[in-house]
Design a protein around this ligand. Structure first.
Ligand SMILES: NC(=O)c1ccc[n+]([C@@H]2O[C@H](COP(=O)([O-])OP(=O)(O)OC[C@H]3O[C@@H](n4cnc5c(N)ncnc54)[C@H](OP(=O)(O)O)[C@@H]3O)[C@@H](O)[C@H]2O)c1
Length: 199
């Protein structure tokens, strides 16, 4: 696949290296390295948006029609402040703001729940279980592309609903990051095994 990455930081490097290892052609760009427009134009199969939340709307809006029709993977977390608060409370999710700023792009929320160090593991398997990666999106073809890219990492994709549920993934990230970073808690322990899920 031809994959463009908007951003050249930690997430761009972690996921970009994995996809290169899987045989994909990856081009990344940012203000200081490469060029975001070149990356967007290269990414005919998928474009990963990996810039800080504060920059997302400006970056995608600035690309105009270059993202039309693109599978746009949103790994961003609108989380910040000393308490790791959700910066979108009371308004649309980051993924919905991105979709509104990039008309025609097929946005899929993915890869936002784990630290970049996890995405560098080959593969991310814990206790014999491959990491599950929840995806939210509305376009079935776009979801299929992202499922493929999830499996390239050695992870299992998990259908988490439409883009209207992306805010739940963003809120989950805020919850997990606070538990992990502020409390030093084993956040993985908050969910019981499936047989105790009450269904
Ligand atoms: N790090 C993690 O563990 C992790 C995990 C899950 C999700 N995320 C999310 O992933 C996103 C990226 O995180 P990161 O850790 O990769 O950040 P990072 O290491 O700080 O990298 C951010 C990148 O964005 C670029 N950038 C910033 N403003 C820009 C602009 N206006 N136009 C173009 N490029 C711009 C920066 O390059 P220039 O300054 O050169 O432009 C840099 O390459 C964030 O939204 C974060 O919430 C991060």
């Amino acid at each position: 696949m031809r994959i463009g990455i908007l951003g050249t930081g930690a997430m761009a490097d972690a996921l970009g290296r994995q996809w290169e290892r899987a045989g994909h052609q990856v081009v990344a760009g940012s203000r200081s390295r490469g060029d975001v427009r070149d990356a967007a134009e290269h990414g005919t199969d998928a474009v990963l948006l990996a810039v800080p939340y504060a920059a997302v709307v400006g970056v995608v809006a600035g690309l105009g029609d270059a993202l039309r029709g693109r599978v746009l993977i949103d790994c961003t977390n609108p989380v910040g402040g000393p308490d790791f608060g959700l910066l979108t409370t009371g308004g649309p999710a980051a993924a919905e703001r991105i979709a509104a700023a990039a008309p025609g792009a097929r946005v899929v929320k993915a890869f936002n729940l784990c630290h970049e160090s996890v995405w560098r593991l080959t593969p991310p398997v814990f206790g014999g279980r491959p990491l599950a990666v929840p995806l939210c999106g509305d376009d079935e073809d776009a979801l299929g592309v992202v499922r493929h890219l999830v499996r390239d990492l050695g992870c299992e994709p998990l259908h988490a609903g439409g883009l209207d549920r992306a805010g739940l993934l963003e809120a989950t990230a805020a919850l997990l990051v606070r538990l992990w970073v502020a409390e030093g808690a084993d956040a993985q322990a908050i969910a019981p095994p499936l047989e105790f899920a009450g269904s």
